[in-house]
Design a protein around this ligand. Structure first.
Ligand code: GRG
Length: 302
């Protein structure tokens, strides 16, 4: 399978990240009156400099299937990052993980208050669908945009991220069996990664079979990503991650690492990533940047 040379990949990844930052900045609501506080809180959380992995996966999946028109894909990339950001803002709230640091700075509720933290999450979520509406209009044909919208709503809600979070919250502090842990990881973390890859394919007019292949790839990438997240929570530093380490221990969470130990967890990250790459290789389209991006996730340090 073709991969990009490390230096060239790093340059392109940075370029793409900056391109996404620009899209996000431009998309923030402009016409604001007395509700300015919530716009500020949205900007504070959104522009805090995450990895922008999900919009990047969305764009690269779109390119994988020959998509070229940025007008239809850009609003969906923004929508995806808005939903991801809302989930982080709500996850950090006192009622959930009660975290004070995220992306290297104070969490939104710490700066703006718990009430505004809740509302900022709500505003980000609703604004995501406003953006997605723009994407649907720009899609060619519009049915591709509608399919992308359907995937987004499905994977962000009860059958996806929210569903996973519910089980995660309910089982916190309890021993979790392997099957339920897999369920949580697949939904809480995997669903948005799956959705990103599926939406890119849908927008480029890929077949349902190919959209489902991207879902499988996303499922494996999601598992690898979450297990790596568990590992980093244990072995990294607050400075490197931009959020507190050992939070799983603090929150009494069963993770892949607590069940299997760190060595097995590292093996699992490699295994899931390899499966994702094999599935990609088995397709009759290819994108060297996407291959390399998925491969680098195994070694990610933050
Ligand atoms: C509150 C409905 C609701 C859902 C919350 C996504 C989530 C569900 C909670 C966030 C906490 C967490 C550890 C989620 C697992 C997914 C994950 C590793 C998110 C962090 O994503 P990164 O690493 O973050 O891509 P950046 O900051 O780089 O964007």
């Amino acid at each position: 399978m073709r991969r990009m040379e490390t230096e060239q990949f790093a340059i392109e990844q940075q370029d793409k990240r900056e391109q996404i930052e620009q899209l996000l900045e431009n998309a923030l609501p402009q016409e604001i009156s007395y509700q300015k506080t919530i716009r500020d809180a949205m900007e504070y959380s959104l522009m805090a400099g995450g990895k922008r992995l999900r919009p990047m996966l969305l764009m690269e999946s779109y390119r994988l299937f020959g998509g070229k028109d940025m007008d239809s894909v850009s609003p969906f990339m923004v929508a995806m990052e808005l939903i991801h950001t809302y989930s982080l803002v709500h996850d950090d709230l006192p009622a959930m993980d009660n975290d004070e640091y995220r992306r290297g700075r104070k969490t939104t509720h710490v700066v703006y208050g718990e009430d505004m933290g809740i509302l900022a999450g709500d505003a980000l979520l609703n604004y995501a669908y406003e953006m997605a509406g723009q994407g649907v209009r720009a899609a060619e044909p519009m049915e591709c945009g509608l399919r992308a919208l359907e995937i987004l709503a499905h994977k962000a809600g009860i059958h996806g991220m929210v569903g996973g979070q519910v089980v995660d919250v309910e089982l916190t502090g309890q021993a979790i069996d392997e099957e339920r842990l897999q369920f949580i990881y697949q939904l809480k973390t995997g669903a948005l990664i799956e959705a990103s890859l599926m939406m890119g394919a849908a927008l480029a007019g890929a077949s349902e079979a190919d959209i489902q292949r991207m879902e499988q790839i996303g499922r494996n990438v999601g598992m690898a990503f979450q297990i790596q997240d568990d590992i980093l929570d244990l072995v990294s530093t607050t400075e490197e991650l931009g959020k507190p380490v050992h939070s799983d221990e603090k929150n009494e969470k069963t993770t892949y690492v607590t069940i299997h130990g760190i060595e097995k967890a590292k093996e699992a990250v490699e295994q899931y990533s390899e499966t994702a790459l094999d599935l990609l290789e088995g397709m009759d389209v290819s994108n060297d940047f996407l291959n390399t991006l998925i491969e680098t996730l195994i070694r990610r340090k933050k």
